[in-house]
Write a protein that binds this ligand. Structure first.
Ligand code: G4P
Length: 284
């Protein structure tokens, strides 16, 4: 694994800015990738929240294993955490967000109504690591293509509130957290889905980890897509990678085969998958 330089000064600044913005909202919409719901969350957000209500949005549920998404939602519900699984590409699914926010803030809204405020609004912000779909959610909820995209940590200074179809108002710029992958397994899960830059691990490292994971968790997908025999299916991942390189007729270009496997996984050629289940260990 490459040595990751975190620029602690920048991180502190981003953290301060995000913490500042959080104070201005009634509820935080924490966006994670449903294929890696725990690994794609930055645990520091919990510290920053300071009792602020939060909805965890497991986005890209269309790419995730539906059985495992259910496991995650059950796990969160048992811990009394509000969570939703959505595909942000579908407007109807997105409507669950304002509905859940209003339910969670019902008492606060009732108090405002009792004070004579006819249509009290709910202020919220989207927050999460890059590429989980924050801008997509924001853009689609406000129905105008005005959200800022980009991977800068923190949020910009001149914020505005954007109205959605209901009472929800969203901060115009999502809060960006850095992925926390000082842990090898978390890093590889994020790398296989494409959530972190390809320069952090070599393709070989990611592909061998991914092959082993699919051998253990989704063997039938490997059989179907790469026409593996029973014998090939139980090979050591490095031997299987050599076998795949032969099957792809790539000679001895193992890295090219590794790259193809990674792209197949990312494009969903091997079906919908989730790379962690509740209770999984986090370190190798
Ligand atoms: P961000 O603000 O959190 O950084 O993420 P952003 O909305 O830019 O979304 C990142 C990519 O993920 C976009 O693809 C977007 O279309 C896709 N995406 C967002 N939500 C969903 C979802 O629920 N399901 C699926 N399948 N895709 C989703 P992109 O612009 O094409 O970029 P790329 O991923 O091809 O690089």
């Amino acid at each position: 694994m490459a040595n990751i330089q975190w620029f602690p000064g920048h991180m502190q600044k981003a953290r301060r800015e995000v913490a500042e913005r959080i104070k201005q909202v009634d509820i935080v919409l924490e966006v994670v990738d449903a294929r890696v719901p725990e690994s794609s969350r930055n645990p520091m957000l919990l510290e920053m929240l300071q009792q602020k209500p939060r909805i965890s949005i497991l986005n890209k549920a269309d790419l995730a294993d539906p059985k495992r998404t259910k496991l995650w939602l059950d796990e969160y519900a048992n811990g009394e955490q509000s969570a939703l699984a959505i595909d942000a590409q579908h407007a109807r699914q997105l409507q669950q967000i304002p509905q859940m926010a209003e339910r969670m803030l019902a008492e606060k809204l009732d108090r405002k109504r009792a004070k004579g405020i006819r249509n009290p609004h709910v202020r919220a912000m989207c927050i999460g690591i890059p590429n989980v779909g924050k801008s997509t959610i924001l853009n689609r909820l406000v129905r105008k293509n005005i959200a800022v995209t980009g991977n800068r940590p923190g949020v910009t200074k001149n914020q505005q509130w954007l109205k959605t179809s209901g009472n929800l108002e969203l901060l115009d710029t999502p809060g960006i957290l850095w992925p926390k992958f000082d842990d090898q397994i978390i890093g590889k899960r994020l790398a296989l889905t494409g959530a972190i830059a390809d320069s952090v691990f070599t393709d070989d490292e990611v592909a061998l980890w991914g092959l082993e994971y699919f051998q253990a968790n989704y063997p039938e997908r490997l059989v179907k897509h790469y026409h593996l025999t029973d014998e090939e299916l139980v090979m050591a991942p490095s031997d299987l990678m050599i076998r795949l390189t032969e099957k792809f007729t790539y000679g001895t270009e193992y890295d090219r085969a590794a790259n193809r496997f990674i792209n197949d996984v990312r494009k969903g050629e091997l079906g919908r998958y989730t790379l962690e289940v509740p209770g999984d260990k986090v370190s190798e």
